[in-house]
Design a protein around this ligand. Structure first.
Ligand SMILES: [Zn+2]
Length: 293
């Protein structure tokens, strides 16, 4: 199944519902960063959450989610946009912890249960919007939910899940986001809350072969779900040799001369996708000239 996200309305328009299947997207990140199982689950959940949050934006608008917890995974940084592109970084990809009390990958153990959860949205305005909440769980679904409730004041429910196989590959990854619109009846909220208690994990539903549309139907207890849009999602990094060249120029002429003298070149590695860009001495000389100009 190809990765995609569906946007839908339910409960007569009082609930916005989003569901995504992102197995290939998270697999690509897992392979590019060589993440071990607990880190794969943490990075994957953060990516799925950011895709869901990003899908509430318009096409060219972008967002960055920064999760800075006190756990061994270190910072997790995800970029996403309104077109379903996502890329992610985890400081320590080689985290494999014992399973938690429920027999699940211990994402909280990797992320930590204290720290800061930040969302920066670039909506094409002069100033980016930025919201920040404390990490309240470390399991990440709850942290996205808390951020939406407190910082954006939208009562929401977020479910994020990644199933990692015994060989460390990603078996399934996906999630959902429900947002309750103002004026929704109390019974709608109760019905959704009760449903969430008994719902199996999205990764299990995906593993059974369910599509994002079917997941929404399961999630919303067979109420009428009106699908508005279907959007492909993918791992995509926008790095380029030109971008790294610009970054090298900002280091200044002296630093560039040092790279030429000591290493006779430079290699830049993108921390989001792992792509490498090589600059030979001649190219560095050109950049040095630009730095001096
Ligand atoms: Zn890149």
């Amino acid at each position: 199944m190809e990765d995609y996200l569906v946007k839908a309305l339910a409960y007569d328009g009082f609930v916005r519902a989003y569901a995504v299947s992102a197995t290939k997207t998270v697999s690509e990140a897992q392979q590019r960063h060589d993440t071990w199982n607990t880190a794969s689950a943490a990075l994957g959940r953060a990516m799925v959450g950011s895709l869901l949050l990003g899908s509430t934006l318009k096409g060219d608008d972008k967002l960055t989610v920064k999760i800075q917890g006190n756990g061994p995974a270190g910072a997790i940084i995800i970029d996403s946009n309104g077109r379903g592109d996502v890329k992610g970084y985890i400081k320590n990809p080689h985290i494999s912890l014992p399973l938690n009390g429920q027999g699940k990958l211990d994402v909280r153990g990797a992320v930590g249960d204290q720290g800061i959860f930040t969302v920066i949205k670039d909506l094409g305005l002069k100033e980016p919007f930025s919201g920040q909440t404390p990490i309240v769980s470390g399991e990440l679904g709850e942290d996205f939910t808390y951020y939406l409730a407190v910082s954006e004041q939208i009562p929401s429910a977020v479910g994020l899940s990644v199933l990692v196989d015994t060989d460390d590959s990603i078996r399934t990854a996906g999630g959902f986001l429900l947002q309750i619109m103002p004026g929704a009846d109390e019974t709608v909220i109760d019905s959704i809350e009760n449903r969430l208690q008994e719902l199996p994990r999205v990764s299990s539903l995906l593993d059974e072969g369910k599509s994002p549309e079917e997941i929404l139907t399961v999630l919303l207890n067979d109420t009428k779900v009106e699908v508005l849009e279907k959007m492909p999602v993918q791992f995509r990094c926008d790095c380029s040799k030109e971008k790294f060249a610009t970054a090298i120029i900002t280091l200044g002429a002296d630093e560039i001369q040092e790279m030429m003298d000591e290493d006779h070149g430079a290699e830049a590695v993108c921390s989001f996708c792992g792509n490498k860009y090589h600059f030979d001495e001649q190219e560095l000389a050109g950049l040095k000239k630009e730095a001096e100009a």
